[in-house]
Design a protein around this ligand. Structure first.
Ligand code: PMP
Length: 401
C-alpha cells in the first residue's frame, strides 16, 4: 500500500472527528456532577448570604483552597467568573483605561504597545492582543521556557514592550514547564517599561498526568524579592478541574495590583456568583481535595496521551517529532508542511487546530507545528483520528519528498 492509496482509503471512510480544542470529555465532566446538588447552604463562612450582592474579591474559604495551588497568598487572590480568559482580557482593558501601578500613563495613551509571545503558544492570547491593538513579537521556546537571553535583551531595550504571555506549567501546546532559572530571570530582569507585566496564565497548575509532577518556582514571591512585586498577573481557573463552562477563575497579584483590579471591577459588578463559589468549596473542600480530584482526571486522560504517543511512534517514527508532556492538555507535533497536513486531514474529516494558530497572527514561519488535543474524544475515536493524521503526514511527506 502506498501513502496515496492509504490516504484515498481514509477519505473514503468519511470520518467526522474533532481534535481542535482542549475540552474535557463528558466522562471528565461527570466526575464533578456532585456539584449539581450543591451548595447545601447559602451561608458563607463569615455568615453572609451567598445569594445576595457583595464580596467582590470572592469568598475567603475558596481563595484559601486555591492559594497554595496557584502560589498566591489568599489575601492577594480574587475569584472571578467561569473564565480566566475573561480576566486576562479585562485586566489588559483596565490597563488601557486606567493607569496600572507604576505606569506613567494609561496604556491607551501609549503610541505603541507590544507583548512578547513565546512560541508555540496559546492562540486565544494572540486573539486578545489583536483585538486590543497590541503588537506581538514572537520569542522562541526551549525545554525550560522562553529563550531568556532574547527576552532580557528585548525588554531591557524597548519601553513599548509592556508584557509577555506565559503558560508556565505544562504549557499550551508544548507541555513545557518553566525551569527555576527561567522563572528567576523573569522575576529579576530589568525592563525599559516601568509598568511591564507578566501574564502568568497558570491554566494547568494542577493538571498532572504522572505521580512525579513538575514543580514550578513561585514567580510572585521571586518578583517581590527582586523589587518587582507589581510585575506579575497570575491567572488560573477550574475549567479543567470541575466544569469548563461553570467553574471559577482566579486573578492573583501584588496588593497594589489587586487594589487597582478591584477598583476597576467594582465598576462592572456588585459582586460575583457566590453560590457557585460555595458549591466549589463544598465539593473540593481543600487543596488536597483538588489534588485527589485531579488524579481522577489523570486516570481518564492519561491513557489518551499514551495512545497518541504509541500510534505516532508506530506510524511516524523518523518522520516527525512530538512532545510527551507530563501534564496539561496538549501534544505538539512537529512535522514539515504542517498547514498541508492539516488541510489533508480536514479533507478526510479530521478537524485539527489550524497550523499557524500556535503563533502570533496565525503565522508559523517554520510551518511545522500541529497542536493535538487528545482529551475530548473517547479512545476508539482518538485512535482513528491519530491513525488518520499519521496517514496525512505520510502522504504529504511522500509527495513533497
Ligand atoms: N489558558 C490556557 C493556556 C488554556 O489552554 C485555556 C483553555 N484552553 C484557557 C486559558 C482558558 O481558560 P478559561 O476556561 O478559564 O477561560
Amino acid at each position: 500500500m502506498t501513502a496515496q492509496s492509504d490516504y484515498a482509503a481514509l477519505v473514503q471512510r468519511g470520518l467526522s472527528l474533532d481534535l481542535t480544542r482542549g475540552k474535557p470529555s463528558p466522562r471528565q465532566l461527570d466526575l464533578s456532577d456532585a456539584l449539581l446538588g450543591l451548595p447545601t447552604s447559602h451561608k458563607a463562612a463569615d455568615g453572609t448570604d451567598g445569594r445576595n450582592y457583595g464580596n467582590l474579591q470572592g469568598l475567603p474559604e475558596l481563595r484559601e483552597i486555591f492559594a497554595p495551588l496557584v502560589q498566591v497568598p489568599a489575601g492577594q487572590l480574587v475569584v472571578g467568573g467561569n473564565s480566566s480568559l475573561t480576566l486576562m482580557h479585562d485586566t489588559i482593558v483596565h490597563a488601557l483605561l486606567s493607569k496600572v501601578p507604576g505606569a506613567e500613563r494609561r496604556w491607551v495613551e501609549e503610541p505603541e504597545i507590544t507583548f512578547l509571545c513565546p512560541v508555540p503558544g496559546y492562540d486565544r492570547h494572540f486573539t486578545i492582543c489583536e483585538r486590543l491593538g497590541i503588537k506581538m513579537t514572537a520569542v522562541p521556546m526551549d525545554a525550560g521556557g522562553p529563550d531568556m537571553d532574547v527576552v532580557e535583551r528585548l525588554v531591557a531595550a524597548d519601553p513599548t514592550i509592556k508584557g509577555i504571555w506565559c503558560v508556565p506549567k505544562y504549557s499550551n501546546p508544548s507541555g513545557v514547564t518553566y525551569s527555576d532559572e527561567t522563572v528567576r530571570r523573569l522575576a529579576a530582569m530589568p525592563t525599559a517599561a516601568p509598568d511591564f507585566r507578566i501574564m502568568w496564565d497558570n491554566a494547568y497548575a494542577v493538571h498532572h498526568l504522572t505521580d512525579t509532577p513538575d514543580e514550578l518556582a513561585d514567580l510572585l514571591a521571586l518578583a517581590a524579592e527582586h523589587g518587582n512585586a507589581d510585575r506579575v498577573f497570575v491567572y488560573a481557573s477550574t475549567s479543567k478541574v470541575t466544569y469548563a463552562g461553570s467553574g471559577v477563575s482566579f486573578f492573583g497579584s501584588s496588593p497594589a495590583n489587586v487594589e487597582w483590579f478591584l477598583a476597576n471591577t467594582a465598576k462592572q459588578s456588585i459582586g460575583p456568583d457566590k453560590l457557585n463559589q460555595l458549591r466549589h468549596v463544598e465539593f473540593l473542600r481543600d487543596a488536597a481535595g483538588v489534588t485527589a480530584h485531579m488524579r481522577r482526571h489523570a486516570a481518564l486522560i492519561g491513557p489518551k496521551f499514551e495512545l497518541v504517543d504509541k500510534v505516532l511512534t508506530e506510524r511516524l517514527g523518523g518522520l516527525a517529532t512530538w512532545t510527551s508532556p507530563k501534564g496539561g492538555y496538549f501534544i505538539s507535533l512537529e512535522v514539515p508542511h504542517a498547514a498541508e497536513v492539516v488541510a489533508r486531514a480536514k479533507a478526510a474529516g479530521i478537524a485539527l487546530t489550524p497550523a499557524g494558530a500556535t503563533h502570533p497572527y496565525g503565522q508559523d514561519p517554520g510551518d511545522d507545528t500541529i497542536r493535538i488535543a487528545p482529551t475530548f474524544p473517547e479512545l476508539d475515536e482518538l485512535e482513528q483520528a491519530i491513525e488518520g493524521l499519521a496517514v496525512c503526514v505520510r502522504v504529504v511527506a511522500d509527495e513533497r519528498g
